[in-house]
Design a binder for this molecule. Structure first.
Ligand code: PMP
Length: 461
């Protein structure tokens, strides 16, 4: 696409630096201008309709035209458009949403701190855990263990927990407090003949060895997404979370569940922790909390962590952490209405039911010569493409096929995500069975084009 000099696209090239975009390529090629949305669809400025099969960034649970969220925002805007929660101030939507989250989330999580993004939430987690251990007079106990392939955001602390090179290379990350252990992906990282249980046992042993090598008195927390998202939609092997938590408890290491993608029904239950028997000390939520209509994230903590922090605020005089928009009244009002709609329409059950159809449709592609693994649950799925099914060999230039499929998908009216050569699907939770069938049809057309392109030797467009 060559952008007209006066077009929105040309102005975008002149003024924006985009996330996850090669800036030079962007200057040559120009952006796709997304103009409006309705239900599971978005439309570009040429009127081309696309199924948003990633719900934006794994987040628009209610789709793109939920007028009740617009009304909730407008109502709050006219009553109290802004207030902060510093220095003993509060407001109704902030209190109500905090109360709601404590009631909804797994037992043992009793207090909420709001931020504007998942990254800020995870930075907050790191600072809270440090503060907590200072309160307990354990100044050495500060390290976090995360996993390769994990995603926890891009700010300096959260970006250190993330286990993806793309977010660290060139940014001088990770910082020294973060360690990473093996990614719990059986298809890629299990030894030949190793069962899921055996693989999970080996990973728990690796975690224990890491804690012992670092010194348990220096390890504060273990953080993981119950089901990994940005790393490629990775469902953990059977027994993984049970074994990992046992190791954490043994060494007094806090368990942090990052449900920024998983939370509010994405994996088929309200929280993925329920399915995997995770009893976190800290739970991190965002994205579907407002269907991303407004920015909001929440850190939900146990009473034990809260009490430690509270003691330290007494000693130091105050909890010197917070954002201008912490518990923003309009965001929290939209969050409350969004959660009300998810419950009223039973969208968690819908996601589980319709997700099964999506999974079945994708699994039907398992015999395709390019398909290595189809994996997922609820309404989050992925298809990993490989050069050789038998050896699971990746392509010579990883990501080239994925990029082709991502771009070709636009032509066929579908927005998917290519994680190197793994194609991710995470549609809005309101999607119907008919819409799932249409999504599958459009993906199959895209995959057929990709197969042909590959057979021709991947010629340049
Ligand atoms: N944690 C997880 C699991 C995420 O998927 C993301 C975002 N994709 C984040 C944290 C960071 O959230 P944000 O982009 O809002 O900073």
């Amino acid at each position: 696409m060559t952008a007209h000099p006066n077009s929105l696209a040309a102005r975008d090239i002149a003024y924006h630096l985009h996330p996850y975009t090669n800036a030079r390529r962007h200057e040559r090629q120009g952006p796709i201008v997304i103009d409006r949305g309705e239900g599971i669809y978005v439309y570009d400025d040429q009127g081309h309709q696309m199924i948003e099969a990633m719900a934006g960034l794994w987040s628009v649970a209610l789709g793109f035209g939920e007028s009740r969220l617009v009304e909730a925002a407008a109502k709050q805007m006219s009553r109290l458009p802004y207030y902060h929660s510093f220095s003993h101030k509060t407001h109704e939507p902030g209190v109500e949403l905090a109360e709601k989250l404590v009631k909804m989330t797994p037992d043992g999580l009793d207090h909420v701190f709001f931020t504007n993004s998942g990254s800020e939430a995870n930075d907050t987690v790191v600072k809270m855990v440090w503060y907590y251990n200072n309160s307990l007079n354990r100044p050495e106990k500060k390290k976090f263990i995360a996993r390769n392939g994990g995603y926890h955001g891009i700010t300096v602390a959260a970006g250190s927990l993330t286990g993806l090179q793309v977010n660290q290379k060139g940014f001088d990350l990770p910082l020294d407090f973060a360690r990473h252990v093996t990614c719990p992906h059986h298809y890629r990282f299990a030894n030949p003949g190793e069962s899921e249980e055996q693989f999970a046992t080996r990973l728990a042993e690796e975690l224990e060895a890491t804690i012992l090598a670092e010194g348990p008195e220096t390890v504060a927390a273990f953080i993981g997404e119950p089901v990994m998202g940005a790393g490629g939609v990775l469902v953990p092997p059977a027994g993984y979370w049970e074994k990992v938590q046992a190791v954490c408890r043994k060494y007094d290491v806090l368990v942090v569940a990052d449900e920024v993608i998983n939370g509010f029904g994405r994996t088929g239950t309200m929280f993925a922790c329920e399915q995997f028997g995770i009893k976190p000390d800290i739970l991190v939520l965002s994205k579907q909390i407002t269907s991303s209509y407004l920015p909001l994230a929440a850190v939900v903590i146990s009473d034990q962590v809260y009490q430690g922090i509270a003691d330290e605020t007494e000693r130091l005089g105050t909890f010197g952490h917070g954002y201008t928009a912490t518990a923003h009244p309009v965001s929290t009002a939209v969050g409350l209405e969004n959660l009300k709609i998810i419950e009223e329409r039973d969208l968690v059950a819908n996601g589980a039911r319709v997700g099964e159809r999506l999974g079945k449709g994708l699994k039907a592609l398992a015999d395709h010569p390019l398909v290595g693994e189809v994996r997922g649950l609820g309404l989050i799925w992925a298809v990993e493409l490989v050069a050789d099914k038998a050896t699971k060999a990746t392509f010579e230039t990883p990501g080239k096929l994925g990029t082709y499929i991502f771009e070709r998908g636009h032509e066929h009216g579908i927005i998917i995500r290519a994680i190197r050569d793994t194609i991710a699907f995470c549609p809005p939770m309101i999607i119907t069975e008919e819409e799932v069938d249409e999504l599958l049809r459009r993906f199959e057309l895209t995959l057929a084009d990709a197969t042909e392109w590959l057979a021709k030797g991947m010629p340049a467009a």
